[in-house]
Design a protein around this ligand. Structure first.
Ligand code: UDP
Ligand code: MN
Length: 337
C-alpha cells in the first residue's frame, strides 16, 4: 500500500489548515495509504512544520521552477496558477495510484476502497452532473499525462477558469464511457447539494463518506467558541452560508482537538490566526466587530413566516438560524406524516 497515496494541495495558510483537518480525518479513519500535501511557496514556515506532523510527505511545488514550453506559455496565464499547481499531482510518480482530495473536504469514514477504481474516477458535480467535480478524484501519476495536461491547459485554457474545467475537457468521456468511473455522490457530498435536494439528503445523507465545503465560504472563514462548542458567523459576506451546521461543527471539533495543538506547537509564542473567538488578538477582534454587523442576525430581528419565505426566495437564507437544517427537517417530517 506504500505506493498509493491520498494527495491534497494548499497554496496558503488557510488552505493548509483545511489540509491538516482533512489529513487528520483520514488518519482518524485508519487509512492504510500514505498522505501527501503539495504546498506553494507562500505557506508559512511554522505551518509547514505542522503539516509535517500530519502528512508523510510535504512537497513544495514552485510552478516557476520548470521552464518547458508548456509551462512558459502557462506563465502568461496567472489566473490558472492554482490550477497548474493542482495538476502537479500527476508528477508524483513514486506512487502508482492516488486519490486527490481538495483541502476543503472532510472524511467521515474509511474510504480506502477508492483505490480499487481507475483513472479518472470522480463523482458528479451538483451544478452540472455530466461534469465530474474535481474535489475528489482517482488518478495515476504519470509524467506523460502531466505534460499533456499542461499542454492542453496552455492551448485551450479552462472553460470555468479552474482545474475542474481543464480536467473535464481532458477526460471528456467520463460522462458516457465507463460507469465504474462514476463515484457515488457520497464520496463528494457538496454542502451546496444538501439544500438543493433536501429529501434526498434526508434519505441518503447518513451514508456520506466525504463532505466537500465547496464554494466561496470555507469552514476556516468562521470562528469557533471553544467554551460553548459553537461555530460563529463567518467573515466573508454577503454570501450566506450553504453548509450543514453539523458538518461545519465536525470540521471545527477536529480542528480544535487535533490541528490547533500542532499549530500552537509550531508557532510557539509567535501570533497566528487560530480562528477561536475567545483568543482576542487584534485581528480577530476586528473580525468580530465586522461579524456583529453581518451575521447572524440578532434574535430581536425575528421575522414573520411570510417574510422568511420572501427572504428565502430572494436567496437570503439564514442557514444557521431560522432556516437551519433541523428546523427544515422538522417541517419536512410534519408534511411527510
Ligand atoms: N487551493 C489552494 N489555494 C487557493 C485556492 C485553492 O490551495 O487559493 C486548492 C485547495 O486544495 C482547494 C482546491 O485548490 O481545496 C480547489 O479550490 P476550492 O476548494 O477553493 O474550490 P471549490 O471546491 O470551492 O470550487
Ligand atoms: Mn473544494
Amino acid at each position: 500500500m506504500s505506493d498509493q497515496a491520498f494527495v491534497t494541495l494548499a497554496t496558503n495558510d488557510n488552505y493548509a489548515k483545511g489540509a491538516m483537518v482533512l489529513g487528520q480525518s483520514l488518519r482518524n479513519h485508519s487509512t492504510t495509504r500514505k498522505l501527501v500535501v503539495l504546498i506553494g511557496p507562500h505557506v508559512a514556515e511554522p505551518c509547514r512544520d505542522a503539516l509535517h506532523s500530519v502528512f508523510d510527505e510535504v512537497i513544495m511545488v514552485d510552478v516557476m521552477d520548470s521552464c518547458d514550453a508548456a509551462n512558459l506559455a502557462l506563465m502568461k496565464r496567472p489566473d490558472l496558477g492554482v490550477t497548474i499547481t493542482k495538476l502537479h499531482c500527476w508528477t508524483l510518480v513514486q506512487y502508482s495510484k492516488c486519490v486527490f482530495m481538495d483541502a476543503d473536504t472532510l472524511v467521515l469514514s474509511n474510504i480506502d476502497e477508492l483505490f480499487e477504481r481507475e483513472e479518472l474516477s470522480a463523482a458528479p458535480d451538483p451544478g452540472w452532473p455530466d461534469c465530474f467535480n474535481s474535489g475528489v478524484f482517482v488518478f495515476r501519476p504519470s509524467k506523460e499525462t502531466h505534460e499533456e495536461l499542461l499542454k492542453f491547459c496552455a492551448e485551450k485554457g479552462s472553460f470555468d477558469g479552474g482545474d475542474q474545467g481543464v480536467l473535464n475537457s481532458y477526460f471528456n468521456t467520463w460522462a458516457t464511457a465507463d460507469i465504474s468511473k462514476h463515484l457515488p455522490f457520497i464520496y463528494n457530498l457538496s454542502s451546496i447539494a444538501i439544500y438543493s435536494y433536501l429529501p434526498a439528503f434526508k434519505q441518503y445523507g447518513h451514508d456520506a463518506k466525504v463532505v466537500h465545503f465547496l464554494g466561496k465560504v470555507k469552514p476556516w472563514n468562521y470562528s469557533y467558541d471553544a467554551q460553548r462548542g459553537e461555530v460563529r458567523g463567518h467573515s466573508v459576506s454577503p454570501d450566506p452560508c450553504q453548509m450543514h451546521p453539523n458538518y461545519l461543527l465536525q470540521w471545527w471539533q477536529l480542528y480544535a482537538a487535533s490541528v490547533l495543538p500542532l499549530m500552537q506547537k509550531a508557532y510557539g509564542d509567535a501570533p497566528f490566526s487560530s480562528g477561536f473567538v475567545d483568543q482576542s488578538s487584534p485581528a480577530e477582534l476586528h473580525q468580530d466587530v465586522r461579524e456583529q454587523h453581518q451575521f447572524p442576525p440578532p434574535p430581536s430581528q425575528r421575522v414573520s413566516s411570510e417574510e422568511r419565505k420572501q427572504r428565502w426566495e430572494a436567496g437570503q437564507i439564514d442557514y444557521l438560524g431560522d432556516d437551519s437544517f433541523s428546523n427544515i427537517e422538522q417541517k419536512l417530517n410534519s408534511f411527510l406524516k
